[in-house]
Design a protein around this ligand. Structure first.
Ligand SMILES: Nc1ncnc2c1ncn2[C@@H]1O[C@H](COP(=O)(O)OP(=O)(O)OP(=O)(O)O)[C@@H](O)[C@H]1O
Length: 433
């Protein structure tokens, strides 16, 4: 192994982290610059296979080097030994022996300087921040990240279970950025038929395919100058992933059936509930697209991991729902049940449960018996069945209205979030007048 080569690079670039890995990808050299930039002493780093798997997805991407890796200036966020986020540019060069076999690799990481310093955005714990409320430290860190990344155009990937607030984060970044005032367009890649997804993204000209009776402007064009939020990005088919990658690389897109290329002047924010690295490992997601999209990863913890937020959130959501009308109070017993439940649907489920409870209560006090059966730990028996049709109708109306508002009138997305088809939603809207 040409250790002296790594040492020479380290001498040449004392501020950079110079890391050399063996053919089995264990760390063989860790420069003094790496100690300073990443905070891990060389004695801890050497012989480790990628330090950081346990606490940071992108750390693995930073240290792990495969025979095919040849990364030129990829921007990554990683965590230092002290738990700070650090944005770096990563360069990697695989090395091969005389027989052409992979023989380790050298990685050089340099601090990426364009992010503003801490303190630029000052969310206050317990106060709403772009519609989100929390006093959980992880969420507070997310709010701070939002303020910082908003000052750049770097691609952000938001990961979190359904209903954790991924779209709210994307909107907040847009609102904090200089693109504020320009369009924010959200599209759910899972909700659309893969056959029309390409046209939804890039648009098509009249006659581009059978049934294309008129021109269609895609979301890349609709969001021009603003932000494009691609939700459930892991669900896009591989051939479309290749096309999206090309757009990100060239900064241009071509509508289906068109000869013309357009500049893609959008900031891209993506979201998924899946572990994209795992998707990439299993071949369902392109590695190169993953690296392009996940420059700044933001992770949203599920609600069951921040239970202490539940009373605060419940109050906030009831306030939002009741508006200026009398805001119902939750009894201690109701709060306790809310805090014990696991919330697989996260904040969205909490919102729906409160809508339900509000309808079931007298509107002034919500007690435990007003909560949905699953939250009380009851099986879905008589209680659910005994709901009378009138209440069910009211509840549906409220849920549906809330879903449509949340998705800004987009019925497909509203239907998706309610777990019903677009046609069923139409039918319900008709019966509910
Ligand atoms: N921290 C929060 N404070 C207040 N409301 C929140 C918070 N997080 C989420 N919500 C609310 O929860 C609901 C779901 O949020 P959002 O649509 O952003 O989630 P999501 O993660 O994008 O969901 P999905 O992946 O299913 O699209 C919305 O009504 C949103 O207003």
């Amino acid at each position: 192994m040409p250790l002296s080569l790594a040492q020479q690079i380290a001498k040449l670039m004392p501020d950079a982290a110079v890391i050399m890995v063996n053919r089995d990808c264990t760390i063989h050299y860790w420069s003094p610059g790496a100690e300073r930039l990443l905070g891990f002493p060389a004695v801890d780093a050497i012989s480790q296979a990628g330090l950081a798997g346990s606490h940071c997805e992108s750390c693995q991407a930073a240290y792990e080097v495969t025979p095919h890796d040849r990364l030129v200036g990829h921007i990554l966020t990683l965590q230092t030994a002290g738990g700070q986020s650090r944005v770096v540019k990563k360069y990697t060069m695989p090395l091969f022996d005389d027989h052409g076999e992979f023989n380790g690799s050298i990685a050089v990481l340099i601090a990426y300087p364009t992010l503003p310093g801490p303190g630029d955005s000052q969310p206050v714990p317990g106060k709403p921040y772009h519609g989100m409320i929390s006093h959980n430290p992880v969420m507070q860190h997310v709010f701070t990240m939002i303020g910082r990344v908003a000052k750049t155009d770097l691609p952000v990937l938001v990961r979190g279970e359904s209903g954790t607030g991924k779209e709210l984060v994307a909107r907040a970044i847009h609102e904090e950025s200089t693109r504020k005032g320009q369009p924010f367009i959200a599209i759910n890649c899972a909700a659309l038929n893969p056959n029309i997804l390409e046209s939804e993204l890039f648009g098509h000209v009249k006659g581009a395919f059978t049934g294309a009776i008129r021109q269609h402007v895609g979301v890349f064009e609709q969001a021009r100058g603003g932000t494009l939020f691609l939700d459930e990005i892991a669900e896009i088919p591989l051939d479309l992933q290749a096309k999206l990658l090309r757009v990100l690389e060239t900064g241009e897109f071509t509508p289906l059936g068109s000869e013309r290329r357009y500049i893609a002047d959008v900031r891209i924010i993506t979201a998924t509930h899946r572990a994209l690295r795992e998707e990439a490992k299993s071949g369902r997601f392109r590695h190169d697209l993953l690296y392009r999209l996940r420059v700044i990863p933001i992770f949203l913890p599920p609600l069951r991991e921040r239970r202490h937020d539940i009373p605060l959130l419940a109050k906030h959501l009831l306030h939002e729902q009741a508006g200026d009308v009398l805001v119902p109070q939750l009894t201690q017993a109701a709060v306790e049940h809310l805090m014990q439940y696991d919330w697989p649907g996260n904040v969205r489920e909490l919102r729906n449960a409160l809508s339900y409870a509000w309808v079931m209560s007298d509107g002034a006090v919500i007690d435990m018996q007003h909560l949905p059966a699953e939250i009380l730990g009851l099986k879905n028996t008589g209680r659910a069945a005994s709901k009378n049709t009138a209440t069910r109708r009211q509840l549906d109306r409220h849920e549906i209205q809330a879903a449509i508002e949340r998705h800004h009138g987009n019925l497909s997305q509203a239907a998706h979030s309610l777990g019903i088809s677009r046609t069923t939603l139409w039918r319900k809207l008709k019966t509910l007048d």
